[in-house]
Design a protein around this ligand. Structure first.
Ligand code: CAA
Length: 380
């Protein structure tokens, strides 16, 4: 595996880093405090080609690959984790449509996701009673002439208030068929019968829109089916394998911010007559934080490189997501500790990083689900 970045990867990383420090970072505290949906920032990301990084250029994407996408997400997450998760999910939705869609579906949605005409794309898989086990979903889609009629409820939908397109999973065969009786559909924002609920009041990523959705007889044409009838579960799994690299990147970005701010603080803050950076207790914390971030980065690069090379990468994505998300929580927690009492206040970003990091152990597959995926491969 080549650890040198290609010219394209380095350019995407630099583009994201510049935009993150110039535009995103200065707004991050306000986005969190006011739970502000960062519409203009998402538009700016689209203008830079960062909302469809691994979508082919002929569909409006950047065609810059999986490693580039991971690097860009790290940079944006370092500035604002709320923005990063919507960027990650929108990239995942664009990639899934580009990979599994018909020509008409690709032409309709990919350029709009890439170009920012759609603020977000949403991934509507989870339900109030089916998160870790999407095979147990209850939302249904039944054929009615040339249409599908969708009824049910979805939960925890990132960007769901603003999505131009939702990928919606629904049962198209009886509940006894489990994961093998699920199909997915492209539903456009504002569809009749689609009700967007009140945004969740969350611990972290408070600028990221997270909503429940209700489908009350939502009608979509037969051509809205994405992939094969009853083949939707595998599309979800394949998309999530890639999405998990995105969440790893988000976690790494958060941890990098927590470390950088801890270093800065440790050089300024004095105890016992010297900056706390001179105390071995703090140096060891900083060394451990740095080491863990580097390890998470290498795991995520391995998963991204495998995906980019069209090699199996499901296990590596789970390993990367498991390690990076738990690492980010540890690192952000240490950042609070290094900041002492100030770290527990809103005066410093350390507390935001800890709140933001926590969700990475939950969404796109909890740590327990990642362990399940990894254990299956260890035991096989
Ligand atoms: N790639 C391709 N196919 C896969 C696959 C993968 N990674 N994983 C499973 N499959 C296939 C299996 O081969 C099997 O195919 P056959 O029918 O041909 O045999 C089929 O899918 C069913 O697989 P399993 O029997 O393994 O399914 P399961 O019910 O045991 O579930 C699971 C496996 C890994 C636990 C899965 O349910 C899972 O990943 N759960 C977590 C769901 C999740 O991550 N949700 C996140 C919500 S989205 C989100 O958070 C987005 C956001 O907004 C931030």
């Amino acid at each position: 595996m080549d650890l040198e970045l290609s010219d394209t990867q380095a350019l995407v990383q630099k583009t994201a880093r510049d935009f993150a420090s110039r535009v995103v970072a200065p707004q991050a505290a306000e986005i969190d405090e006011r739970e502000k949906f960062p519409r203009e920032i998402l538009r700016g990301l689209a203008d830079l080609g960062l909302m469809a990084i691994n979508v082919p250029q002929e569909l409006g994407g950047s065609g810059a690959g999986v490693v580039s996408a991971a690097l860009a997400l790290q940079e944006i997450a370092r500035a604002c984790a709320s923005t990063a998760v919507m960027m990650s999910v929108t990239n995942m939705v664009g990639e899934a449509i580009a990979r599994f869609g018909t020509d008409a579906q690709k032409q309709r949605h990919c350029p709009r996701l890439a170009g920012g005409e759609y603020a977000t794309g949403s991934f509507a898989l989870s339900e109030p009673d089916a998160g870790s086990d999407p095979g147990g979903m209850r939302t249904t889609a039944r054929r009615d002439g040339g249409e599908w009629v969708i009824d049910g409820a979805k939960q925890w939908i990132t960007g769901g208030s603003y999505a131009g397109v939702y990928i919606v999973w629904a049962r198209t065969a009886g509940p006894e068929t489990g994961a093998r009786g699920i199909s997915c559909f492209l539903v456009e924002g504002g569809a009749n019968g689609l009700k967007v609920g009140r945004p969740e009041d969350k611990m972290g990523i408070r600028g990221s829109d997270t909503v429940p959705l209700e489908f009350d007889g939502v009608r979509v044409p037969a051509e809205a089916l994405l992939g094969q009838e009853n083949g939707g579960f595998k599309i979800a799994m394949m998309a999530l394998d890639g999405g998990r690299i995105g969440i790893s990147s988000q976690a790494i970005g958060i941890a990098r911010a927590a470390l950088a701010e801890s270093v800065e603080y440790a050089k300024e803050r004095k105890t016992f007559g010297v900056p706390i950076a001179q105390h071995q207790a703090i140096q060891w914390k900083l060394a451990d934080m740095h080491t863990q971030i580097e390890a998470a980065h290498l795991l995520s690069m391995r998963a991204a490189a495998l995906k980019e090379a069209d090699q199996p990468f499901s296990r590596e994505a789970s390993i990367s997501k498991l390690f990076a998300s738990e690492m980010a929580v540890r690192v952000a927690n240490e950042a609070v500790q290094i900041h002492g009492g100030y770290g527990y206040t809103r005066e410093f970003a350390a507390e935001r990083h800890l709140r933001d990091a926590r969700v990475t152990m939950i969404y796109e597959g909890t740590s327990e689900i990642q362990r399940l995926v990894i254990a299956r491969t260890v035991l096989s």
